[in-house]
Design a protein around this ligand. Structure first.
Ligand code: 2YC
Ligand code: MG
Length: 259
């Protein structure tokens, strides 16, 4: 999993407000509204304990502080523990946390201690970004292109299939392609094929994965990917609607899914 950097998280509140405004403009719902529709839940100022974790590559500057801003933004009562790791977990529970947020280099989780529900960032991020793509108000068909069918892309593609969209998918990893074709029945798509899409969900850790040939006149690209799969040049040339944000939208999906 590509690790976030403190730079990625600079002015997280501004990034989140910008992305939330973009989501409202292209879907008619803000992120909170999308989560309510996706999970049927809405926050009631639940207490969220954010525990820094020092394992692996260690603490990422601004990560826990960003989660505090994000949880506040979406209507939770959040705090970051003084101590990290096990001591931090104990501190969070002793301080009355109902939901624990913590991440090592491989797993970012939300665990609701009151109902036992637990969420993983990867499927939760895939599902909400795919859902945002599927709600494009200027869409010209039910065709959705999914670029990347890994731990984030596959759950997003599955969500779109379950919602009745015609999912076209591509991934350089043949085994991930086979899995998505047989388990989800998606249509394999070669990015060299000149077919235009108005809804694109991109979930790769690579830049410039989206070629010019797939961009419809009115097109929405919804992507948690860092670096961005759509080049700035193409975004301007095709006036593409872009929903991209490093941490907040995925975290909102996690928190609402455990309520
Ligand atoms: O500061 C800390 O507590 C670190 N242990 C946090 C490590 C997060 C590693 N994961 C990532 O950088 C992200 C995920 C949040 C989503 C994609 N990569
Ligand atoms: Mg707070």
């Amino acid at each position: 999993m590509a690790l976030l950097t403190p730079e990625d998280l600079e002015n997280i509140r501004k990034q989140l407000e910008k992305a939330d405004t973009a989501v409202s403009k292209v879907t008619g719902l803000d992120v909170k509204g999308i989560c309510k529709d996706l999970y049927g839940t809405s926050p009631h100022y639940e207490s969220v304990g954010i525990v820094p974790v020092t394992s692996g590559n260690g603490i990422i500057g601004n990560f826990s502080a960003s989660l505090n801003v994000i949880a506040d933004y979406f209507g939770f009562d959040s705090f970051v523990t003084e101590m990290p790791d096990v001591s931090g977990y104990y501190e969070a529970v002793e301080s009355g946390a109902e939901i624990i947020l913590m991440a090592d280099d491989h797993t970012f989780l939300a665990h609701n201690l009151t109902n036992g529900k637990i969420a993983n960032n990867q499927p939760c991020t895939g599902i909400i970004y795919a859902d945002i793509a599927s709600r494009y108000r200027y869409a010209d068909s039910k065709d959705v292109l999914v670029v990347g069918l890994g731990k984030v892309g596959f759950p997003g593609a599955e969500h779109l299939v379950n919602k009745g969209f015609n999912v076209y998918g591509c991934d350089p990893d043949k085994s991930l392609m086979k899995k998505a074709i047989f388990k989800l029945g998606i249509t394999p798509f070669d990015l060299k094929t000149p077919k235009k899409f108005s809804m694109i969900f991109e979930a790769t850790p690579c830049a410039n994965t989206i070629p010019e040939t797939v961009l419809a006149e009115k097109c929405l690209v919804s992507t948690p990917g860092i670096p961005c799969g759509l080049s700035g040049e193409l975004q301007k040339k095709y006036n593409v609607d872009l929903v991209m944000e490093p941490l907040g939208i995925g975290t909102a999906s996690m928190l609402n899914s455990v309520l």
